[in-house]
Design a binder for this molecule. Structure first.
Ligand SMILES: [Zn+2]
Length: 417
């Protein structure tokens, strides 16, 4: 059983030669690595790049957390797995629907299929919102582990396959807005690797640091030094280590430090009439103090009196908009699921973000910080790093085809020597 290749969502995976540890550095824009490689702050990552494989890959659009984590864990684009944001609007009820439920995820996760075939697997995430979707189909009573550092103090064998996680890791419970929330994920993964040597580990961090600090700032550097240190300790255990990000991060403030915001609902109400459209910001979740729910992509649903063409027409010439696309075009360009897509998709330029109505966004949490956020095309480029060199077949593939971040497990399992 343990030598038969598995076909998961149409991709064949061989049995891993050694444990594969995949890490999603949330908000890990390539510009952070560029800065710290240049100033020598991340020697372990520098070694992986030199001895293994490194590229900048295309992440899934929209460049948000949930869609990209689901792309990584299924090995497929959003058109296939169905998760295109934290929220979509159910056009039948006109209610926003949270997209974090496992029932909304289409297809199998790579870890659940390997688990069912006899592998031992681990999935750890910083924020609990991702946990259930990442663990879709995973039976934790069979020795597998799935938990979040957000709820590390309340893990049970029945729900998480592990208990007393704080004692096991030897760290205090981290705060929601802290770099320890991410570091806890990695330290827990390392402990499990040392003690149980699972076959597949998926470790997903949070982007609080990158929202708050630019690459040149000391706090961001300090975080990356700590990440690099754990990566070095992980890599010492004869594993394949695969690093990527769910999305990048761009500074979207002006010279005075105020965010460059397009209040799209206000603008459309003014130009097309109040109540004709509904703008949904799919970056929204329960923890928005560090970005005020402002992102680089929003969705516009029409209440039938105006059509997509009129909405797009109303946005012509608006400073800071990079693209305004109808549903069909957006789905074709970005591999999005049509049944959950809006009538119009609006994408901001790198230096600009988009909100709904000014009155509905609380920017108090941003006080004193520049707005750094993501969601658009400008934040969809991500690092793709393996600590081991590619075999000949994957070397040829990487040289001839665009590299997608959702191929991370494929490259790590099938493509390394
Ligand atoms: Zn993220």
């Amino acid at each position: 059983m343990a030598s038969t290749p598995l076909t998961i969502n149409d991709t064949a995976y061989r049995w891993p030669l050694r444990p594969v540890v995949a890490v999603c550095i949330d908000g890990g824009d390539p510009r952070y690595l560029q800065q710290y490689l240049a100033d020598g702050s991340i020697p372990n990552i520098a070694r992986f790049i030199e001895q293994g494989f490194a590229a900048v890959a295309e992440g899934s659009m929209p460049s948000f957390t949930c869609p990209n984590n689901m792309s990584l864990i299924t090995g497929t684009p959003p058109a296939r797995h169905g998760i295109s944001g934290n929220y979509y609007l159910d056009a039948a009820t006109w209610q926003p629907v949270v997209m974090t439920g496992p029932e909304l995820l289409r297809g199998d996760t790579i870890i659940a299929r390997f688990a069912a075939a006899g592998a031992k697997v681990v999935s750890i995430t910083a924020k609990d919102k991702l946990r259930r979707q990442l663990a879709k189909g995973l039976d934790v009573s069979q020795g597998h582990v799935s938990f979040s550092s957000e709820f590390a103090d309340r893990c049970t064998m029945a729900e998480n396959g592990i208990e007393d996680v704080l004692g096991f890791v030897g760290m205090d419970k981290p705060g929601m807005y802290s770099m320890e929330l991410s570091l806890f994920v990695l330290e827990a993964g390392l402990k499990l690797l040392q003690q149980r040597r699972p076959d597949l580990l998926y470790l997903s961090l949070t982007d609080w640091v990158q929202h708050k600090w630019a690459p040149a700032e000391d706090d961001a550097r300090s975080f990356y030094r700590k990440l690099d240190d754990v990566f070095g300790r992980l890599a010492a255990h004869d594993i394949t280590l695969a690093l990527t990000a769910d999305h990048g991060m761009s500074d979207k403030s002006n010279a005075a430090g105020r965010p460059n915001v397009i209040w799209l609902q206000d603008l459309l109400d003014q130009r097309l009439g109040a109540g004709k459209t509904t703008v949904i910001c799919p970056i929204t979740d329960a923890f928005v103090a560090h970005h005020g729910a402002l992102g680089g992509l929003v969705r516009v649903w029409s209440r039938s009196e105006v059509d997509a063409r009129q909405i797009i027409q109303a946005l012509v010439g608006v400073e800071g908009i990079e693209l305004a696309l109808d549903k069909e075009t957006a789905c074709r360009m970005f591999e999005l699921p049509a049944d959950r897509e809006a009538d119009v998709v609006v994408i901001a330029r790198e230096d600009t973000c988009i909100g709904s109505s000014a009155a509905n966004h609380d920017l108090a949490g941003l006080e004193g910080n520049r707005l750094r956020t993501h969601g658009g095309v400008s934040e969809a480029r991500v690092p793709f790093i393996l600590n081991r060199p590619l075999n000949a077949a994957y070397k040829a593939r990487a040289a001839s085809q665009p590299l997608k971040s959702y191929q991370l497990f494929d490259y790590a399992i099938n493509g390394t020597t």
